[in-house]
Design a protein around this ligand. Structure first.
Ligand SMILES: [Zn+2]
Length: 158
């Protein structure tokens, strides 16, 4: 699915829901998005399916311009977006990251789900912070993060 965006007013912030795939075809969409941004904008990544390497390049060009003279934040970053943020600091530019999803798997029944970490709630403030245990809603077992915790949250220290 091609990248699409949708705006929602959120107080003084403009919330922008991105959905679909960020790839080589997204440049035009991102260009038109850029022209509609307000001074304070939150990008919501929950419905972004995937990002390929051409998409990463298009996004970096976009966010550099978007973050110039604006306050920019990211929320509900998928595990894939978090890995981009960790690998490529330019992916977030100077955006604040408000919340991220980490993928968890149950050690007992293999049930998988995403856990949301929110700034000001359960998002660790530094690497090495002990995280709250995540319980499986299917069997009550202990769930483990699919990524190495310190690597997943490396961006917190950046
Ligand atoms: Zn389970």
């Amino acid at each position: 699915m091609a990248l699409v965006f949708q705006f929602e007013a959120a107080g003084e912030w403009q919330r922008c829901y991105l959905s679909g795939v960020i790839n080589e075809d997204s440049e035009v969409t991102l260009g038109s998005l850029l022209s509609q941004l307000q001074p304070k904008v939150v990008f919501n990544f929950r419905r972004v399916d995937s990002i390929n390497s051409c998409g990463v390049r298009a996004w970096i060009t976009f966010i550099r311009q978007a973050a110039t003279g604006r306050e920019v934040a990211f929320e509900e970053c998928t595990p894939e977006v978090v890995s981009q943020i960790n690998m490529i600091p330019n992916f977030r530019a100077n955006s604040r990251v408000l919340s991220v999803y980490a993928s968890y798997t149950c050690g007992q029944c293999n049930h998988q789900r995403n856990e949301l970490f929110q700034d000001g709630r359960n998002l660790p403030k530094s690497i090495g912070t002990q995280l709250e245990p995540v319980k499986c809603e299917k069997c009550g077992g202990v769930m483990e993060m699919d990524e190495i915790e310190d690597e997943f949250f490396a961006w917190v220290a950046a």
